[in-house]
Write a protein that binds this ligand. Structure first.
Ligand code: SF4
Length: 341
């Protein structure tokens, strides 16, 4: 797919004092984009007259270059011990995206330029005791690979982790800019996961992301580059023919990977869920959505962000878990399913 290019880039105060901020500034100087030096909140005040749908569409064309001042990392179970941010949000527009809740009113894409400070914060969470491995998720607040051609910060972070005894990086993506990171020295310390789903779900709900075929190609490149490889199947949805389509998706994956050496293959399975605010926001932004958000067919579960979420009832969730696990074990006997949630 085409590399993302914003229409407006907002350099927030302090961002140009960092080498990466300057590098991004020079990158955009030669591109046909509007460059603004201001705080993002001051700049986006002008957008208050837009409808929610218009504001969301405009937000996906704005890139803010910022400084990440967080010194405390969030716990990120079950996918990792902690998460940290190189970016927040992403150029994609998935109708179900959980960021509809987390960044409900601020769906702007941000990239952070103070890499040394971010890495220092990460390093502060890693014990020196040999063998005590701590894992860090870099993609729980957005998709850093989607803007790697602008920042290069994911590649640098992969190399930072390659030198850590006890720190391991985890990244997941729906984009296929793999050529930007396959040459990096990862030292086997970064588990790269490709987010996959049935072709119906990708086509219907995952706008402005790579196609299924592009993601398969991306996975092959990661395997060939020796990255520990994983797949996140999310969000798993029940719809007409779901079982047949998930089986066919996994068969295509197996076919694609069969002649490539795959290092330590894992799967993570995540069922579709939504919160009440996310549902409201999705319906405003995608009024004709075909997402199944019928509360009467769901069960309430308490979520870590202090909100109830709607998940499939236990019986349905169990059926999804069993069916997918059985298909995965039969096609990829050596793979590990890390969790179903
Ligand atoms: S690619 Fe990921 S982060 Fe981006 S909109 Fe889709 S689900 Fe959200």
């Amino acid at each position: 797919m085409h590399l993302f290019m914003p229409e407006t880039v907002v350099f927030e105060p302090g961002s140009l004092q960092y080498p990466l901020g300057e590098k991004i500034y020079k990158f955009f100087m030669t591109k046909p984009v509007e460059i603004v030096k201001a705080s993002l909140s001051a700049f986006t005040r002008n957008l208050s007259g837009l409808t929610e749908k218009q504001r969301y569409a405009r937000s996906k064309t704005i890139l803010a270059v910022s400084v990440n001042r967080e010194k405390k990392l969030d716990v990120c179970k079950p996918s990792a011990d902690y998460s940290f941010k190189l970016v927040s949000n992403c150029p994609g527009s998935c109708e179900y995206c959980y960021l509809q809740t987390n960044y409900s009113y601020k769906p702007y894409l941000k990239v952070f330029v103070n890499l040394d400070e971010i890495w220092d914060t990460v390093a502060g969470y890693i014990p020196e005791t040999p063998g005590q491995i701590v894992t860090f998720e870099a993609a729980s607040n957005g998709d850093p690979l989607a803007v790697e051609h602008i920042t290069g910060s994911l590649g640098e972070t992969i190399e930072f982790f390659s030198k850590l005894q006890n720190g391991r990086l985890r990244v997941v993506t729906k984009f296929n800019n793999m050529d930007l990171i396959t040459g990096k020295n990862h030292g086997g310390h970064t588990r790269f996961r490709v987010s996959i789903n049935t072709e119906y779900i990708i086509r219907q709900f995952e706008h402005r992301t790579s196609t299924f075929e592009e993601r398969l190609e991306a996975a092959v490149k990661l395997a060939d580059a020796g990255y520990p490889l994983g797949f996140v199947i999310a969000p798993i949805m029940i719809y007409e023919n779901w079982e047949r389509e998930y089986r066919s998706m996994l068969q295509k994956l197996q076919e694609k990977l069969k002649n490539h050496k795959v290092n330590d293959l894992t799967f993570e399975l995540i069922q579709h869920r939504y919160t009440e605010p996310a549902k409201k926001r999705s319906l405003e932004r995608f009024p004709y959505t075909r997402l199944d958000m019928d509360d009467t067919r769901r069960e309430l579960k308490w979520g870590k962000f202090g909100k109830f979420k709607y998940v499939y009832p236990k019986e349905d969730a169990g059926m999804l878990n069993e069916t997918l696990s059985e298909i995965i074990h039969s096609l990829f006997p050596d793979a590990v399913i890390e969790y179903f949630t």
